[in-house]
Write a protein that binds this ligand. Structure first.
Ligand SMILES: Nc1ncnc2c1ncn2[C@@H]1O[C@H](COP(=O)(O)OP(=O)(O)OC[C@H]2O[C@H](OP(=O)(O)O)[C@H](O)[C@@H]2O)[C@@H](O)[C@H]1O
Length: 204
């Protein structure tokens, strides 16, 4: 189902209806500049077709402890070890933490038969989690650069990537009102060769 003019797709969890035709979005400043377009769906983010990128917000401490991150840890144990290595071995939370505002794009990595072949994009929008999480303004400041970095990485990954599916990042455990994250995302300028459409999936 590709809506020709509505900004938001009709909510559905039917995978057969998730195809989206990229369409240029008019920009307020320049006809040549488009900004990121979000499409809303209700359903299970994990039901995505192979090669979809599943996008979530992460801390830099190496923990997928709760919320949707815990579901990622259960479903994608190999990806979890890659995320942990990035946070704890390539970097060090105390002496050399993963920089905020960056992204780790993990290719399909699961080895168990029948495991989903999904890319996982980890947006580092807060250094810590729980009581130590960054303030909403800091998380929002980190979100734009992290998503831009992700879009650049996805471009580099080439044709092995299908659609982009995001949960309502920052909105629950990171306690940032979803509308504020939407404003950041919809303000992002899409550079040459970047994907310009992102599905937002919510379970409600
Ligand atoms: N199974 C499921 N399927 C689909 N959607 C689901 C779902 N479960 C929850 N959601 C929704 O997913 C959105 C994001 O909500 P989350 O609280 O997860 O993420 P967030 O971005 O606010 O915060 C990140 C920190 O939360 C984690 O937990 P820890 O800090 O480790 O404790 C991480 O590690 C980070 O640090 C909300 O719309 C939830 O309704």
């Amino acid at each position: 189902m590709a809506s020709s003019s509505a900004a938001q797709e009709v909510a559905t969890d039917n995978p057969a209806t998730t195809a989206i035709s990229p369409k240029p979005s008019p920009s307020s400043n320049s006809p040549e500049q488009r900004t990121l377009t979000l499409h809303s769906y209700i359903g299970d983010i994990f039901s995505a077709p192979p090669l979809t990128v599943l996008i979530h917000a992460c801390n830099t401490q190496g923990s997928w402890g709760a919320g949707i991150a815990a579901a990622f840890r259960t479903k994608y144990p190999v990806a979890y070890t890659i995320y942990r290595r990035h946070c704890l071995i390539s970097h060090n939370p105390k002496t050399n933490p993963v920089p905020s505002g960056t992204c780790l794009l993990i290719p399909p990595s699961e080895t168990k038969p029948g495991a989903p072949k999904h890319w996982i994009a980890c947006l580092f929008t807060s250094q810590k989690y729980g009581k130590g999480k960054d303030k909403p303004d800091v998380i929002l400041r980190n979100t734009g650069p992290a998503v831009s970095m992700m879009l650049g990485q996805i471009k580099e990954a080439g044709e092995g990537v299908a659609d982009l599916r995001m949960c309502k990042i920052n909105s629950a455990r990171f306690a940032v009102p979803w509308e504020r994250t939407v404003a950041v995302l919809e303000g992002l300028v899409v550079e040459e060769g970047w994907a310009g459409d992102v599905e937002v999936w919510d379970i409600e």
